[in-house]
Design a binder for this molecule. Structure first.
Ligand SMILES: Nc1nc2c(ncn2[C@@H]2O[C@H](COP(=O)(O)OP(=O)(O)OP(=O)(O)O)[C@@H](O)[C@H]2O)c(=O)[nH]1
Length: 306
């Protein structure tokens, strides 16, 4: 420092005091020994109010008054306990904080051997906003690419991706996977009689029914038109047939009163169970063949591929 001319030192200090970066120095007991305006602003306090205060008192002040920084907790003592475990846990620590007004700071804390901390927070609100926008857009695009917009079930492409994953997952295990293909009976007649809107309503109601009847780890997809498919992981033939039968019977019992007072719809179902020796296309081809038989045998029934 001695080598730095005092005028430069004054300029640097002036910069530290007035910069938009949040800068502070904490003593080993977490008393704030130095802070600039931006740092004090994080707790909605002035520099004079912050300097000399314990850091935890600044935190409590802003938490109780709901001002300054955002704390994702409903118990500030617990929050402080966790934060104190992290503070001084490393010589250099990087983390992000955000304010109730949604300003973000990328923070760095450097701890010296005596336990003093130099805190430096750089505002990164714009890049954080872009990161959040990108995440939201990616989520929306993923949803669009993987789901059927009418029924909100997964689409054909995602069905095959997941079936391949499931088959790989079960490789070298003795567990079974079942796949069922479902096709609404005489759906063309429903469209003809009640219009495309009536047909759509049947598809949406049926999709909701499937979701209610399957387990959280099963995967239901709309393969196109009035054809659906369900992957039933870790499911043997007997269990698969029970689930398929449950879906068939539940639909047969339902009356689509919102479309017509006594409209009933039935479904034909083809199923296939295997350990992971079949690939995804063979799996669905065999379930499709079983479905074809169910249609030919008179519809409204479950046929399992032997
Ligand atoms: N409302 C509605 N109809 C659709 C949609 N996609 C396909 N369809 C109709 O679904 C009908 C399917 O008819 P078909 O393939 O002849 O089958 P089906 O009448 O169900 O006869 P079976 O399957 O043999 O019992 C066609 O009339 C398609 O136009 C859709 O998204 N909404």
């Amino acid at each position: 420092m001695e080598n730095i001319p005092s005028i430069i030192q004054a300029m640097l200090l002036d910069n530290i005091l007035n910069t938009n970066d949040a800068i502070a120095v904490f003593g080993p007991n977490d008393a704030i020994l130095f802070s600039n305006k931006t740092f004090a602003g994080l707790y909605d306090l002035s520099v004079n109010e912050v300097n000399g205060k314990l850091w935890q008192d600044c935190v409590k002040h802003s938490y109780i008054n709901e001002t300054g920084l955002k704390y994702d907790t409903d118990n500030i003592e617990n929050w402080l306990h966790k934060a104190n475990k992290l503070r001084r846990s490393e010589i250099q620590r990087t983390f992000e904080i955000n304010t109730l007004k949604d300003r973000w700071y990328l923070c760095n804390e450097t701890t010296n051997e005596q336990g003093y901390i130099v805190f430096h927070g750089i505002e990164n609100t714009r890049s954080k906003q872009l990161e959040i926008e990108l995440k939201n857009t990616t989520e929306k695009l993923t949803l669009l690419a993987t789901t059927d917009p009418l029924t909100n079930l997964y689409n054909r492409r995602f069905f095959f991706m997941r079936l391949k994953d499931e088959i790989n997952r079960y490789q070298r295990t003795d567990k079974f996977i079942s796949v069922i293909m479902l096709d609404l009976d005489h759906f063309k007649q429903i469209n003809d009689q009640y219009g495309h809107k009536g047909g759509d309503e049947v598809l949406v109601t049926f999709a909701k029914l499937i979701k209610k009847l399957i387990r959280p780890y099963d995967l239901a997809a709309r393969m196109g038109g009035e054809e659906f498919a369900i992957i039933l992981p870790n499911t043997n033939m007997h269990e698969g047939q029970m689930i398929a039968e449950r879906i068939r019977q539940s639909l047969a019992k339902l009356t689509f009163k919102q479309i017509s007072p006594d409209l009933k719809v039935t479904i034909s179902i083809g199923g296939m169970t295997s350990n992971s020796e079949l690939n995804a296309s063979k799996f669905t081809l065999k379930s499709d063949n079983a479905l074809y038989k169910a249609k030919n045998n008179g519809r409204n029934q479950v046929v399992w591929c032997k």
